[in-house]
Design a binder for this molecule. Structure first.
Ligand SMILES: [Fe+2]
Length: 298
């Protein structure tokens, strides 16, 4: 009899974070999930979009193993600090000379929406985090779609958003463009990730729920509109999509583990801290192309 078969299904203690999205799950050791319990966790992942597990004791391999239950791990060609475990990266938010790193200023985004098939999700594990600060904020793309007026929903149906890694990188201060080396890195990113297009309204490939598929960082234009029209409409939609009623906020403690469904949320790492912050990170690959109706993932 395998170890897996000897494990008893564990009951989920799910505590929602807000009325919009997010939940903490208590009473689980994520290293010890039998298949039935994992199925319940996966369903909670689809239901709440963001899950947090506290007090998890994980090494790099166990962290990767938890990720692999959700899907394939995605390579991050431009993320530094690869660990020795395939697919796992160290994520540092360390102060430099008492100042915050520029990488902490990314703000609201969806990971890799500038790819044809954006990430399914990402998982973070807190190794050593400041006592206060560095919360991660999330906003539900389901709720922002639901919150649009019927006429706006109708107007946006079938319209296409342009996603671009370069424009926000240049305009937001997220990437340094002060040196030739930094500019060359941005140019390389742009070459790896050409501009791509996704529908503004699309369905989640597993839940089938409709979403307002935009994010503040990488959605840079609406196809077919004049530049001023596109900017005005996108600015309004971005502000709408980040209304506080569509959000939750996750506080970090050492040994907290968090996963989010990158297909239906925007997230924002808050940079209100100056102490050392070390995490493990992995990204989950998805074959889903927004706008295509095939089922992908689990
Ligand atoms: Fe991110």
């Amino acid at each position: 009899m395998s170890t897996q078969a000897q494990l008893k299904p564990q009951k989920l203690d799910i505590r929602p974070l807000t009325g919009a999205l997010g939940a903490e799950i208590y009473g689980l050791d994520v290293k010890q999930l039998d298949d039935a319990t994992f199925d319940s966790v996966y369903q909670a992942f689809l239901d709440y979009s963001v899950l947090v597990f506290r007090d998890q004791e994980l090494n790099e391999e166990e962290f990767a193993a938890f990720g692999l239950r959700f899907g394939k791990l995605e390579d991050e060609p431009f993320l530094p600090n690869k660990s020795e475990t395939p697919g796992v990266y160290y994520f540092f938010g360390a102060p430099k000379d008492g100042k915050q790193l520029s990488t902490q200023k990314l703000g609201w985004h969806m990971d890799h929406s500038y790819q044809k098939n954006p990430s399914l999700g990402a998982i973070l594990y807190a190794l050593d985090v400041p006592a206060v600060g560095g919360d991660t904020l999330f906003a539900s793309s389901y709720e922002s779609y639901e919150g649009l007026s019927p006429m706006m929903k109708e107007m946006l149906e079938g319209k296409i958003g342009v996603h671009d890694v370069l424009q926000y990188g240049l305009n937001s201060g997220h990437h340094s463009i002060g040196t030739e080396k930094a500019l060359l890195t941005l140019a390389k990113m742009r070459k790896s990730f050409p501009q791509t297009e996704h529908p503004l309204i699309c369905k989640h490939p597993e839940t089938g729920r409709k979403m307002l598929y935009i994010n503040k960082a990488w959605t840079t234009a609406i196809k077919g509109l004049a530049e001023n029209e596109s900017k005005a409409l996108l600015d309004m939609l971005k502000e709408h999509s980040l209304r506080d009623v569509y959000q939750c906020r996750v506080r970090w403690y050492n040994k907290s583990l968090m996963i989010w469904d990158n297909r239906c949320v925007q997230h924002s790492p808050n940079s209100d801290y100056t102490e050392q912050r070390r995490m493990l990170r992995l990204a989950l690959h998805s074959d889903w192309v927004p706008g295509e109706e095939q089922t992908a993932g689990h």
